[in-house]
Structures are given as structure tokens and as C-alpha cells.
Design a binder for this molecule. Structure first.
Ligand code: HEC
Length: 133
């Protein structure tokens, strides 16, 4: 092997290591999920968790950790004083045009009831409170 080949190999290895650490670095959904504090939920929030996992978790993730299709709610953006409870109702009923992230638009959630949205909101708020948001 000549020097050029060794240099090229080194570049490839460094790039691979960088990609690997990016993929596994802090802030990805899997990481967030393992570090989330799960409180003991109120009864309403327990109903909310069931409704959340059925209607929201495909994008917002188990425990609200986020996925590659939607954001985590354990983020300063979604603190109650920035996104009040009404934003959950509006989001679920009308959908959301992408503005904070690059996941794309959130479509309206078909068939969700007002009660389910209230329970889900309570569930998310209890999760947030337990995690400092
Ligand atoms: C198909 C994926 C998808 C599903 C399912 C989904 N969401 Fe979303 N949601 C998104 C995305 C993407 C955003 C972020 C939009 C942005 O700000 O860029 C979002 C944003 C939100 C927001 C923030 C709204 C705002 O005003 O910025 C709320 C609240 C929300 N979702 C609630 C819910 C609830 C509650 C459910 C279940 C009933 C749900 N979402 C289901 C993809 C989804």
C-alpha cells in the first residue's frame, strides 16, 4: 500500500466513525427513550397513554420520545407555556403545518374524540412534568 491508499483508508474510517457517532449520539429517539423518567400516571393520564399509543406514538414515539416521523414532546417547544393544551386539540383535529421541524406536516388524526384528546394532553403533561418540561 502506498501513502495515498493509506490516507484514503484513514479518511473512510474517520467518516464511518463520525457517521456512527452521529447515529448513536445524544438526541436520537432511542437514546431519549431510555433516559425518560416515567411517572406514576393519574387515572386520566393512563387512559391518555392508551389513546396516545394508538393515535400518536407512530410519529411522536413511545413515551413521547419522538421518531423519524415526528418530534418528541419532551422539548422546550412543547412546554405548557409555549404550546398550551388547546394546541393539542387543534393539532389532532386540524393537523399541523410543519414549522418547528423538518418531519413534514402532521395530518389530522381521523376518528379521535374530544375526550381522548383531553386524556392524551394530560398524559403528555404528566410525562413532561416528570422530565422537567
Ligand atoms: C403522521 C405523524 C403524526 C401523527 C400520527 C401525530 N403527529 Fe403530532 N406532529 C407531527 C409532526 C411532524 C409535528 C411537527 C410539526 C412541526 O412543527 O414541524 C407534530 C406536531 C404536533 C403538535 C405541536 C403543534 C404545534 O402547534 O406546533 C402537537 C400538539 C401534536 N403534534 C399532537 C399530536 C397528537 C395529540 C397526536 C395523536 C392524537 C399526534 N400529534 C399524532 C406528526 C404526527
Amino acid at each position: 500500500m502506498n501513502f495515498k491508499m493509506i490516507a484514503a483508508l484513514a479518511v473512510i474510517l474517520i467518516a464511518a466513525a463520525a457517521a456512527w457517532s452521529l447515529f448513536n449520539g445524544p438526541g436520537n429517539a432511542a437514546d431519549a427513550e431510555t433516559s425518560i423518567t416515567i411517572p406514576s400516571f393519574s387515572q386520566v393520564a393512563q387512559s391518555g397513554q392508551i389513546a396516545f399509543e394508538k393515535n400518536c406514538a407512530t410519529c411522536h414515539g413511545i413515551n413521547g420520545a419522538g421518531t423519524d416521523k415526528g418530534p418528541t414532546f419532551l422539548h422546550a417547544f412543547y412546554k405548557p407555556d409555549h404550546h398550551g393544551d388547546a394546541s393539542f386539540e387543534i393539532a389532532a383535529k386540524r393537523g399541523v403545518r410543519a414549522h418547528h421541524w423538518r418531519f413534514g406536516d402532521m395530518p389530522p388524526v381521523e376518528g379521535i374524540t374530544d375526550a381522548e384528546i383531553r386524556w392524551i394532553t394530560k398524559y403528555v403533561r404528566e410525562l413532561q412534568a416528570a422530565n422537567g418540561y
